[in-house]
Design a protein around this ligand. Structure first.
Ligand SMILES: C[S@@+](CC[C@H](N)C(=O)[O-])C[C@H]1O[C@@H](n2cnc3c(N)ncnc32)[C@H](O)[C@@H]1O
Length: 310
């Protein structure tokens, strides 16, 4: 199949996959246009990948298998993490695997800009059905991607099968939602961020229910790794703790995220919360996200790991 045919098939599949509307149409993930937001978010949260890479290297060393020759980043998006892994594992060929061509283009440009083009490759593939073509690896990372797959347990199983004997799988899923504002922001009803989280959880349920082959399951990632035949299953959580006053990039990321959330969930808020949200998003309001002094970014990401028996 040519690249173009592959992309057309992918587009068809993505259209099919996300075309099912469940409730309001906000469950549609338009990955093609999400590059800038995903890239900015991954840059802001890059300390998580740096810390996780150190832990994964320690795990490999403790198992007597320090060398990583081939590393897959499955659901890589724009390749921020893939490039970090290439820096953390300087002997590895890193393959950024994703189903969205536009995001892989960003990954290639990023790798080139960082002088990593010789070691960071991209592979357009659908998860899970396209994984047969990506090859095996010593280390597989998948960050915040598998929750977009209908059958998460079977996706973990597929990734486990791509590991070389003794290989390590790391799935970053779960943790804590991001907090960035005091409970009382000085206007509106206190607790706006908590109410938005509840609405977002409902949206997440609808998004998952609309996925093809969507399976309701206990989201026990360590159990998924164990069921995939992996051993020495361990999880660790890494904190993203950027205190106030927040830098420009993190502020821009929070503003872009809240704008998206306002567009998809705003109509579900009452009038007082909608007015408070509009103030927060106003770039010229001194009490808005872009200018107020008390904005911070606090979040946590959990990484679940397991080893394929040699
Ligand atoms: C939330 S982003 C995470 C990107 C990156 N791993 C990160 O942590 O910043 C999810 C990624 O999964 C990819 N994705 C979602 N469903 C997919 C599928 N069925 N096949 C392949 N890629 C998929 C999207 O294109 C997107 O790049």
């Amino acid at each position: 199949m040519t690249d173009q045919q592959h992309a057309q098939q992918q587009q068809h599949e993505n259209g099919h996959k996300h075309g099912h509307q469940h409730g309001h149409d906000a469950t549609h993930m338009d990955w093609d246009v999400m590059g800038p937001l995903l890239e900015l978010g991954a840059e802001v949260e890059s300390p998580v990948v740096d810390q996780a890479a150190v832990w994964l290297r320690e795990r490999r060393e403790a198992a007597g298998r320090p060398e990583v020759r081939r590393l897959l980043d499955v659901g890589s998006g724009p390749g921020v993490g893939a490039c970090q892994f290439a820096q953390a594992f300087p002997d590895a060929e890193v393959v950024a695997v994703d189903g969205t061509r536009a995001l892989l283009e960003r990954a290639r440009a990023r790798a080139e800009g960082l002088g990593l083009a010789g070691r960071v490759r991209t592979c357009l593939a659908d998860i899970p059905d396209g994984l047969g073509t990506v090859g095996d690896a010593d280390l597989i990372w998948s960050g915040m991607a598998l929750h977009h797959i209908g059958d998460q347990r079977s996706a973990v199983d597929r990734l486990g099968r791509l590991l070389r004997p003794g290989g390590l799988l790391a799935v970053a899923e779960g943790g804590l939602p991001t907090r960035s504002l005091p409970r009382d922001i000085g206007f509106g009803r206190p607790g706006l961020q908590a109410r938005l989280e509840v609405l977002n959880d409902n949206w997440f349920n609808e998004m998952r229910a609309a996925l093809p082959d969507s399976k309701e399951t206990v989201e026990d990632w360590p159990a998924f790794l164990t069921a995939a035949g992996l051993t020495d299953v361990r999880s660790r959580t890494f904190l993203i703790d950027l205190p106030a006053p927040l830098g420009a990039d993190a502020r821009a990321y929070l503003h872009a995220t809240l704008t998206r959330r306002s567009e998809s969930l705003g109509e579900l808020l009452d009038a007082e919360d909608r007015a408070a949200l509009a103030r927060l998003l106003d770039p010229e309001d001194p009490q808005g996200l872009m200018l107020r002094p008390d904005v911070f970014l606090l979040s946590a990401r959990t990484v679940h790991t397991g080893v394929k028996p040699a």
